[in-house]
Design a protein around this ligand. Structure first.
Ligand SMILES: *Cc1c(COP(=O)(O)O)cnc(C)c1O
Length: 407
């Protein structure tokens, strides 16, 4: 694609830091890991940070360290990247899906409460919620800050308090985002971040668990390192662990990116404002919104197509952009609709109309710090042109014919 969807920004500082790590001779479990963890925790505002080799492994460690297992359910959303559900399935835990808010696309606290009241009964002795049919315990709530927009943490934390739920934040798309002046990742018992190259900062592959709880941090350190004893003594294994370590090379890259993160976030904010300015007048498009008392960290630039034809129009727009060498991607395909999750019958007990609608109508446009204003203008001009043409009677007739042929 001439204009890609995303592109990491790697400069001289990254090359210098990684080269230093290479020359140091200590390529894993070395000083760059500790330094990266220390600075990351300071940035987010938690006591501890534990580096992992992906966001998915960070989520898995959160689940495991919090003791969530095969008898447990976790309240979350299906409008997310599959990792936020896979991390539960690894442990035999099951997701209980609540629908998203139709505007923010994040977990709707009202829906979460409705699912809870309808499908679980309260065990007042244990102070927990038990599923009416399966008898499984609702152990945690896992809000995903989708596209870097903070979830409404107030009501979510109230539900957690009331039903004695642990809270895991999936902040993999939300580094630097704030809710009521506090960075995301500081609200739950633990939170996960991710550093894949399309995220706001990258370590190539990588992730991070953050927490204020010393026991959770220590368990995560042990679990990521083959279950070694907490003092890390060589070949003393006290539990079933994994190799989820992040190397010093990756952490050196992460240190350079962390130092530049504020600049990245400001550039992304500026690009988002330009997009909003250029696309705000198109009637078929809904722009990404904000919520009160929150600062979004722009992960992708997600637009939504509106109206009864939204799904068709989204796919048409994507195909036409591709012809012009412009990348775009349907973000997200709802998890409960994916082939694997259908196969294991991970369907929710109730419909998720807003999740389904969002997964049919959302589209991420090219968005990366080195994107020029010319490139952005070209994308927006193409979007205008394609949607203008789609409004003309000839195109509508063509679409009807295509649909009739498909039916
Ligand atoms: C990126 C991402 C992850 C983690 O992805 P990795 O590729 O394993 O680093 C988890 N959840 C969400 C919502 C994500 O966007």
């Amino acid at each position: 694609m001439r204009i890609p969807l995303s592109k990491p920004d790697i400069g001289e500082r990254e090359i210098r830091y990684v080269t230093q790590a290479l020359r140091s001779g200590q390529l894993s479990l070395g000083p760059a890991v500790e330094e990266f963890e220390r600075r990351f925790a300071a940035y987010v505002g938690t006591r501890f940070a534990v580096a992992t080799n992906s966001g998915t492994s960070a989520l898995h460690l959160c689940v495991k360290a919090l003791g969530i297992g095969s008898e447990d359910d976790v309240l979350t959303t299906a409008f997310s990247f599959p990792a936020s559900v896979n991390c539960l399935l690894y442990e035999g835990a099951r997701p209980a899906f609540a629908d998203v808010d139709p505007v923010t696309l994040n977990l709707d606290p009202v829906e979460a409460r409705r699912v809870l009241m309808r499908e679980y009964s309260r065990d007042s002795l244990q102070r927990c919620a038990v599923h009416r049919r399966s008898g499984r315990t609702l152990k945690a709530i896992l809000p995903v800050h989708v596209f870097g927009l903070p979830c409404e943490m107030g009501p979510i934390l109230e539900i957690a308090e009331e039903f004695n739920l642990l809270v895991i934040e999936d902040a993999c798309e939300a580094i630097g985002a704030e809710w009521r002046g506090r960075r995301l990742g500081t609200f739950g018992d633990a939170a996960a971040f991710a550093f894949y190259p399309n995220k706001q900062m990258t370590t190539a592959e990588g992730g991070m668990v953050v927490t204020d709880n010393p026991e959770i941090a220590s368990r995560c350190r042990s679990l990521r390192n083959q279950g070694r004893g907490e003092d890390g003594e060589w070949l003393l294994h006290v539990r079933l662990g994994y190799n989820y370590r992040l190397s010093d090379l990756h952490c050196a890259l992460g240190l350079a990116q962390l130092e530049r993160l504020n600049d990245f976030l400001l550039v992304r904010e500026r690009l988002a404002a330009l997009y909003a300015d250029r696309l705000g007048t198109i009637p078929e498009i809904a722009l990404p919104c904000g919520i009160e008392n929150a600062r979004r960290s722009w992960f992708v630039y997600p637009i939504r197509l509106r109206g009864p034809e939204a799904g068709l129009l989204r796919d048409h727009l994507m195909a036409e952009l591709k012809k012009r060498g412009i990348a775009s991607r349907p973000y997200f395909a709802a998890i409960h609709r994916q082939p694997y999750f259908r196969q294991i019958q991970l369907l929710s007990d109730h419909p998720l109309p807003y999740t389904d609608a969002a997964s049919q109508s959302c589209l991420a446009l090219p968005f990366f710090p080195s994107m020029t204003e010319e490139q952005l203008n070209e994308v927006c001009a193409a979007v205008h042109e394609i949607l203008d043409a789609a409004r003309s009677p000839a195109t509508v007739r063509g679409k009807e014919a295509a649909r009739a042929a498909g039916a």
